[in-house]
Design a binder for this molecule. Sequence first.
Ligand SMILES: [Zn+2]
Length: 113
Amino acid sequence: MHEISIMSGVIETCQLEALKSRAGRITRISLSVGEKAGVLIDSLRFAFEIAVLDSMAEKAVLDIEVIPFMGECTYCGLKYHSPEGSLICSRCGGFARLISGRELVINSIEVDA
Ligand SMILES: [Zn+2]
C-alpha cells in the first residue's frame, strides 16, 4: 500500500512548514487528490492515522478534496469529465490533454502555537 509512504511524505512536509512558522502542532491538513492520482481515498485516510503517530500532526484533522479527472480535446476543444481517466475525446475521438485529476497536493495546513 503506497499510500503509507505518500502520507509519510505529506506529514514530513507539513512538519517542516510548521517548524518554519515556529508552530507547536498541526491542527488541520487539507489535500487535493485527483480522482486518477492512483491512490484510494480510504487508504489515504487509514495511512494518515498511522503517519501522524508521534508527529506534530497527531491530533490534526485531514481534509481531502477530490479533483475530477478532466480532459480537453486538442482537436475540437471539448472539455469533459472522465471518471475512467480517458484522454480520448468523447465527442470526436481526438487526443485530449489532461487538465486535472492526477494531482496530489497539499492545499493548506493549520497550526497552533
Ligand atoms: Zn474532440
